[in-house]
Design a protein around this ligand. Structure first.
Ligand code: 5CA
Length: 442
């Protein structure tokens, strides 16, 4: 892609309305554009990142056996009246009337709708467990939308739902999501810690938030530093291995502020391991048994007996993650950003120095672009006539992990090549391709 033809409307300065780095940078680099309060359009650069995040989330759901569906954004109020949440949900729910004057709503979450889908077709315990997910826009009329897409009104979420015959089986499902979330965030180069959390309007009594550390985060957290050392890499998806994994995490005190108890914290965590800090909630899982299945009569036949299914729900903030990754990866001091390779909008950029009346560097750059394309690398080439220092500044801001610079001493065997945050190298194109592909496959 040629920069001059791309739709990346970069702003000269940080927009003053944005208070935190991710919001500033997303507006500045033209990733998003606000359309009304807490509602955003996603422009190509932001959209590419979000779609890569979505695909990682999808692959990790599929890996633990969750099946993808797609439910609508607009729901009927009837099912919410059945569960009793139509009134409870309050002002956060966007309520709409259709032309027949029927009460509809824009879904803030989907427990009711998925339960309705389940109960109309699953009749026997032999079809359990059922694990279903979708990735869909949600709307919550937040009282104080802020920080751009971090706390907005319309956002993109992966929400999954589990249906099981017993508490024991349901906890097995819960633990599958627990592992799947650790793997999902790891693939984005994030270290997300599971923390015991409150259940709020979703309900139930078992819940974990997955939190990444960031000073600008909205969640206050209290944790034992040793939790960062817990290794999940050898966990398999059998029952015992998953139970052990959760125990290994739960050995360490780690809670959000709603669950915080000073005495417990000080009793359980030696002083040198105590960490009080802030974080961003990127995922949240809940176990709530028959909270929805009972009032909505979602039951199965279990050897002639009617059993209400035991349910859990599991959310990932797909759009929020775009901002969360920026908060985690941005280097404030040097004003440099590097996207993790797995979600980067482009694999590499080519920055030719272009002088008036001399297109030779642009031609060399185009040749390299065509070769990289053949290797399935997604490359952005800066064909503008800006000077080199402003071009480099621009790409440092865009955060594309690799830069190829084509200047006046271009040498095919020693091409100027840089990975952001690392030293400049002078290597051949083959070596460049190897380096980028290597990073992609990690
Ligand atoms: N039904 C459950 C699980 S599917 C549920 O809705 N959980 S939630 O309320 O915790 O939301 C799941 C995730 O969506 C959160 O962890 C967060 O990452 C993201 N999220 C929630 N509210 C917003 C918001 N206003 N803006 C951006 N992301 C949000």
């Amino acid at each position: 892609m040629y920069f001059s033809k791309s739709f990346i409307p970069i702003l000269k300065n940080n927009p003053t309305e944005a208070k935190i780095k991710s919001h500033q940078l997303m507006l500045r680099t033209g990733m998003i554009k606000q359309s009304s309060t807490g509602i955003y359009s996603w422009l190509p650069l932001g959209f590419k990142v979000m779609k890569k995040i979505e695909q990682i989330v999808r692959e990790e759901q599929n890996r633990v056996g969750v099946q993808e569906i797609l439910m609508p954004t607009i729901q009927s109020s009837e099912i919410w009246k059945e569960s009793g949440r139509y009134d409870d949900y309050g002002e956060e729910m966007l309520r709409i009337k259709d032309r027949q004057n029927r009460e509809m709503l824009y879904g803030p979450t989907n427990e009711e709708l998925v339960t309705e889908i389940f109960r109309s077709s699953v009749k026997s315990y032999k079809s359990l467990p059922q694990l279903l997910y979708h990735i869909q826009w949600k709307f919550r009329d937040e009282l104080r939308p802020r920080f751009g897409i971090m706390r907005c009104r319309e956002f993109y979420m992966k929400d999954a739902y589990s249906f099981d015959i017993s508490d024991e089986e349901a906890l097995y499902s819960y633990n599958k999501f627990f592992l799947s979330y650790l793997n999902t965030f790891k693939r984005m180069d994030l270290s997300a810690i599971p923390m015991a959390a409150d259940t709020g309007p979703i309900g139930g009594n078992l819940s974990h938030e997955f939190i990444i550390l960031a000073d600008t985060g909205e969640s206050k957290i209290f944790t034992d530093k040793r939790i960062f050392e817990v290794d999940s890499s050898k966990t398999t998806i059998d029952k015992n291995s998953l139970t052990k994994l959760r125990e290994n995490f739960e050995n360490y005190y780690s809670v959000t502020d709603e669950k915080f108890n000073k005495n417990e914290f000080e009793r359980n965590v030696p002083e040198e391991y105590r960490l009080k800090t802030k974080g961003i909630e990127v995922g949240h899982i809940f176990y709530f048994g028959d909270k929805y299945s009972k009032p909505m009569n979602a039951s199965v036949d279990y050897n002639g007996k009617k059993e209400f299914v035991k349910m859990g729900s599991y959310g990932v903030g797909v759009s929020r993650l775009v901002g969360a990754i920026i908060e985690a990866k941005y280097d404030d001091k040097n004003e440099i950003m590097k996207w993790p390779m797995s979600v980067s909008p482009y694999d590499c950029c080519i920055i030719p120095i272009i002088n008036k009346n001399d297109n030779s560097n642009l031609e060399k750059a185009t040749n390299i672009l065509n070769i990289l394309k053949k290797h399935n690398l997604d490359v952005l080439i800066d064909d503008t006539d800006e000077n080199i220092s402003s071009k480099i500044k621009k790409f440092n801001l865009l955060g594309i992990p690799f830069q190829i610079i084509i200047g006046k001493n271009f040498n095919e065997q020693k091409i100027e090549f840089k990975e952001v945050f690392k030293d400049t190298l002078f290597i051949s194109l083959d070596e460049i391709i190897k380096t980028i592909k290597n990073k992609k496959s990690n």
